[in-house]
Design a protein around this ligand. Structure first.
Ligand SMILES: [Co+2]
Length: 279
């Protein structure tokens, strides 16, 4: 079935009444697994834990903290809550959390790196609780931020906020990308292309892909029960990147700062609900 046919079909469908029908269609068409009420409750629990972990990590971030210490805090809190860290051993990833400092865009591996005054560090956590995944990240200041750090962090945070705000049934994944790209580029920043948001909940990474750039009205129509991340990676300079020889750490080609915020978002009957709520 093509988009046009589906769109016509969807127009005749009442999302709350015809959930099962849409669920089957989305599974067939897009390999997207829509979430039922019971699933959403469980993802929300994993999401609260993700936010808790980020809040507790924040209290430990100061000049002198190492990214290995952040990893230890995340691992301890995750275990204490009877959860597991999805990143640990994911395709060979050696740690429980991604810690991405300054020009690192994402997938930084915790190590002996000592955070310095003026650094920024993104901490990306994905706890698995009772078999359900929730994915969230924040970029923190270490000590007092300089002007560039301040700028890139506030632009990235605003990009996530604006991306979430366009989530509602009938809008499409492209509307999210468009809102994010417009804000980032309007501020003279750029949007990373190689890494995108993704379905999440039953697994770490599920369809669909949710690019943080794009065209209004393009992409997959959003329907109630979809759960995916929005996680814009915004660079102060150009968007091009390369991956270091550890095969994980992605850094900006031009050495400019990069910041990211991420939430796990549910499409509701009316609009959206974030399952990892933070400001
Ligand atoms: Co993610």
């Amino acid at each position: 079935m093509n988009y046009k046919k589906l769109k016509r079909k969807l127009r005749r469908i009442n999302p709350s009444r015809d959930f099962k029908k849409i669920k089957d269609q989305y599974a067939t068409l897009y390999k997207i697994r829509l979430k039922e009420k019971e699933d959403i409750i469980c993802i929300k629990r994993a999401g609260s834990l993700a936010v808790d972990i980020l809040n507790q990590v924040e209290e430990h971030i100061r000049p002198g903290t190492t990214t290995n210490e952040i990893n230890a805090i995340v691992e301890e809190l995750t275990r204490k809550n009877k959860a597991r860290s999805a990143p640990l051993n994911y395709r060979g990833f050696p740690k429980s959390v991604c810690t991405s400092v300054n020009n690192v865009i994402c997938h930084g591996i915790p190590n002996d790196t000592v955070l310095k005054d003026g650094d920024i560090v993104n901490v990306d956590v994905t706890p698995i609780l009772d078999g359900y995944f929730a994915d969230a990240s924040k970029t923190f200041f270490v000590g007092s931020p300089g002007r560039d750090a301040h700028k890139i962090v506030s632009v990235a945070r605003e990009c996530l906020r604006l991306g979430i705000l366009v989530v509602k049934p009938g809008n499409r994944t492209g509307d999210i990308g468009y809102a994010i790209q417009k804000n980032a580029e309007g501020q003279g920043c750029s949007v990373v292309r190689e890494y995108v948001g993704h379905g999440v909940g039953f697994e770490f990474h599920e369809p669909p892909q949710v690019p943080h750039f794009g065209q209004k009205g393009q992409g997959i129509p959003l329907v109630p029960g979809m759960v995916f991340t929005i996680e814009p990676m915004i660079n102060l300079g150009k968007h091009s990147l390369h991956v270091l020889s550890d095969n994980w750490t992605a850094v900006t080609d031009d050495g400019s700062l990069s910041a990211q915020f991420e939430q796990t978002v549910l499409v509701t009957d009316e609009s959206f609900e974030t399952l990892t709520p933070f400001d």
